[in-house]
Ligand binder design. Structure first.
Ligand code: C2E
Ligand code: CA
Ligand code: CA
Length: 692
């Protein structure tokens, strides 16, 4: 053994010894070996090699070595420490020949520390798995690229994920499954992308699944060494909590017995009606119904029966109002009907319907009896602009009804004073109108109708305008009702039709084919020569019938069903298009419309103006569009003033819109300028144009 070999051995980091070939004893060992085995170097030298590492593999090796074999051996094994411990090592035996010496070098790498940390890791992993599984939340851990690193069974359960999908570790399939499970994937995906992009963002969202389950997702960044390395998403089933919240909300706005809106909700609706009325000048009515002698029912038949009567009254009332109206119960036997966009005549019609609805006898518990009611009516704006004053007037009127024999209706005191004054202004208007027609003071303005998908102008609605030298600009909402009452609307309507059709023919001749929509009043529609008149007007102007659309109101359609149907069919045969104006404000049902040759519905402005924030309106509008689709009807929305409204309608599948957002009704010159502007027909809807 040369000093060079010995110093090499001593300099080695790992434990090593040299084995002398004849007797197979340790010829030299280094200090690391002394540490590994817990014995001084001197004690090791001279030891038979078999006693230091004595596994069967080692013994076998040394047997073969004694027989002259010179192979290498590398494997994991154990050596015994002086204190009796088995120390895990990776051991190599290699024959060496150096400096004239030959024998074997045994070198050993201590694996005790590595094994300990492996075991600690294993424990941590088991603890993590147990923690993941023991929580009631579904957990999904992803890395920065969105790859799944962990998830628990609760996660799979909440999302209804098939287990094999998880076991396959097919991330894409799992993500697809989640996307397909959510009720509204568009916003879900956008939100997820936003969360993934902002690696440090904390987010909390509600996700509604097709199954109706509502999940709360909390996403937190997962950091290591201060840097984000992924995300932890936890999911919790909050379906019941959400349902309970909704129920509480519902209860706080509704009467427990009948489920009708209560006074609080009525007050909200009334505020909205006032705002609407201030915007467009339409009046509305508040009817207060008090059942007659209800105390007798209470006393004679008991509370249970009386309650059932109240519930049935509520149902009957709901059956006789329009979708837009509100029926509320104030308590006891008092109900309120809020009739939107309703003048005095409309209020009277509503009162009559309520009386009719009560007339049928009530049958409860084998008892049959009749219930009547007294109604007081207050009008906005005449009687006030808030619930209290309106109720006050209605209540006073209702008491008068009670005093004069019950089972009738009456208007509040302020309103009763109005007709005389109104009569005079009506006569004056009527006179001025007749002169206006004779002196050609009426004009038509045209409001563009725009296709939502393309942004192109596809038609125009003709709207009448009248500037009177004395009265100034009189809005049609003011004079058309007067003309309808006096019958003069027939003459005005003829003029409008001729004018609009002539204008459309002119645009056609100039290479601008546009469908023109003309408003038709009930009285005008009922004229015996109406259909022939339309045909003659089209012929005279040389306009093909399919370029004319008549806008009819729901009230026209439900009058005198047979005659109306015959007339509509004649118009349809002629080739003229028919649409329902102000749809949703009347009493017609879509089921009823199915039988009529109607091509288009025009969603009333009152449903559009609070979009997209008002959930009730958003629901009604979506429902109208969906049902219209099912009936293969086109849908146009009117009164679109904001980009948000347009976007909502577009997403809901509406076909066209008109409104100040694009343009108000314009005189012929301005309308033509708009059409000829270089960005026409537009692919996208331009930014908001100024109101006039
Ligand atoms: P309508 O048929 O519902 O017409 C739509 C009304 O909404 C028009 O009022 C129009 O100028 C207005 N409008 C259009 N876009 C918007 C908007 O974005 N926001 C708001 N707030 N309003 C918008 P206008 O011209 O005052 O007409 C009122 C009503 O008078 C019409 O309601 C229609 O019932 C009647 N009318 C107008 N012209 C005629 C006509 O020639 N014949 C008949 N019979 N009735 C007509
Ligand atoms: Ca219209
Ligand atoms: Ca309308």
């Amino acid at each position: 053994m040369t000093p060079a070999l010995r110093s090499l051995l001593d300099a080695m980091l790992h434990a090593a010894w040299l084995v002398e070939p004849d007797r197979l004893e340790v010829a030299a060992a280094n200090p690391a070996a002394a540490v590994l085995l817990g014995r001084p170097v001197e004690a090791l030298v001279g030891q038979p090699v078999r006693t230091l590492a004595g596994t069967p593999e080692d013994l076998c090796y040394w047997d073969e070595a004694a027989g002259g074999s010179t192979a290498d051996l590398l494997s994991d094994t154990f050596v015994t420490h002086a204190d009796g411990r088995a120390v895990p090592v990776t051991r190599r035996i290699a024959p060496v020949q150096a400096d004239g010496w030959h024998g074997w070098l045994v070198s050993l790498h201590d694996r005790a520390a590595q094994q300990a940390s492996e075991r600690a890791l294993e424990v941590a992993r088991a603890e993590l798995a147990a923690t993941l599984e023991s929580t009631d939340d579904g957990l999904l851990v992803t890395d920065l690229a969105g790859r799944i690193r962990h998830c628990n069974h609760r996660f799979a359960e909440l999302w209804g994920l098939p287990l094999d999908l998880l076991e396959r570790r097919d991330d894409r399939a799992v993500m697809d499954w989640m996307r397909r499970s959510v009720a509204d994937p568009g916003p879900y995906l956008r939100r997820l992308a936003a969360i993934e992009e902002a690696t440090l963002m904390q987010a909390s969202d509600q996700i509604v699944l097709h199954s109706g389950t509502v999940l709360e997702r909390v996403s937190r960044p997962q950091c290591s060494g201060g840097r984000p390395i992924g995300r932890v998403h936890s999911f919790r089933d909050i379906t019941e909590r959400v349902a309970a919240q909704r129920r509480i909300e519902q209860l706080s706005h509704h009467d427990l017995l009948t489920g009708l809106p209560n006074r609080g909700l009525l007050s909200d609706r009334l505020e909205r009606a006032v705002a609407q009325s201030q915007r467009d000048g339409t009046p509305f009515a508040l009817l207060l119904l008090n059942l007659d002698r209800f105390n007798q029912i209470n006393e004679t038949f008991g509370h249970a029966v009386a309650d059932r009567v109240l519930v049935e009254v509520a149902e009957r009332l709901q059956g006789c109002v329009r979708q837009i109206d509100t029926i509320a119960r104030l308590g006891g036997d008092e109900f309120v009907l809020l009739a939107h966009r309703s003048d005095a005549a409309g209020a009277e019609a509503a009162a009559r319907r309520v009386m009719d609805a009560l007339q049928r006898p009530f049958a409860v518990d084998g008892l049959t009896f009749t219930v009547t009611g007294s109604i007081g009516i207050a009008m906005h704006p005449g009687d006030g602009a808030a619930l209290d004053p309106l109720l006050g007037h209605a209540d006073a009127a209702m008491r008068e009804v009670k005093q004069s024999g019950r089972n009738a209706w009456r208007f509040g005191s302020l309103h009763a004073a109005v007709p005389e004054r109104q009569l005079r202004t009506r006569m004056r208007l009527d006179h001025a109108m007749r002169q206006a027609l004779a002196q050609q003071r009426f004009r038509l303005h045209y409001q563009p109708q725009v296709e939502l998908a393309s942004g192109a102008v596809v038609g125009a609605e003709a709207l009448i305008r009248w500037r009177d030298p004395e009265l100034g600009e009189v809005p049609p909402g003011q004079f058309i009702p007067v003309a309808e009452e006096s019958g003069f609307i027939v003459a005005i309507g003829d003029w409008v039709l001729r004018q609009a059709v002539t204008q459309a023919a002119l645009w056609h001749a100039r290479g601008r084919p546009l469908r023109i929509a003309v408003n038709v009043s009930a009285l005008q529609f009922r004229q015996s020569g109406f259909v022939d008149g339309v045909a003659a007007t089209l012929r005279a102007a040389g306009l093909a019938p399919q370029w004319l659309e008549l806008e009819l109101t729901e009230s026209i359609l439900i009058q005198d069903a047979e005659d109306t149907l015959a007339r509509l069919q004649a118009l349809a045969r002629l080739g003229v298009h028919l649409s329902v104006d102000d749809f949703g404000t009347g009493y017609s049902s879509l089921g009823y419309l199915k039988r009529l040759p109607i091509g288009r519905l025009k969603i009333d402005r009152s449903f559009v103006c609070d979009l997209p924030d008002d959930a009730a309106d958003a629901g009604i509008v979506s429902a109208i569009i969906d049902l219209a689709r099912a009936l293969k009807l086109q849908v146009i929305a009117e009164g679109v003033e904001t980009e948000a409204q347009r976007r909502f309608l577009s997403q809901a599948g509406c076909d066209q819109f008109q409104g100040f957002l694009y343009a108000p009704a314009l005189d012929v010159r301005s309308f033509e300028t708009l059409l000829e502007s270089p960005d026409q027909p537009q692919r996208v809807v331009p930014l908001r144009r100024q109101r006039p």
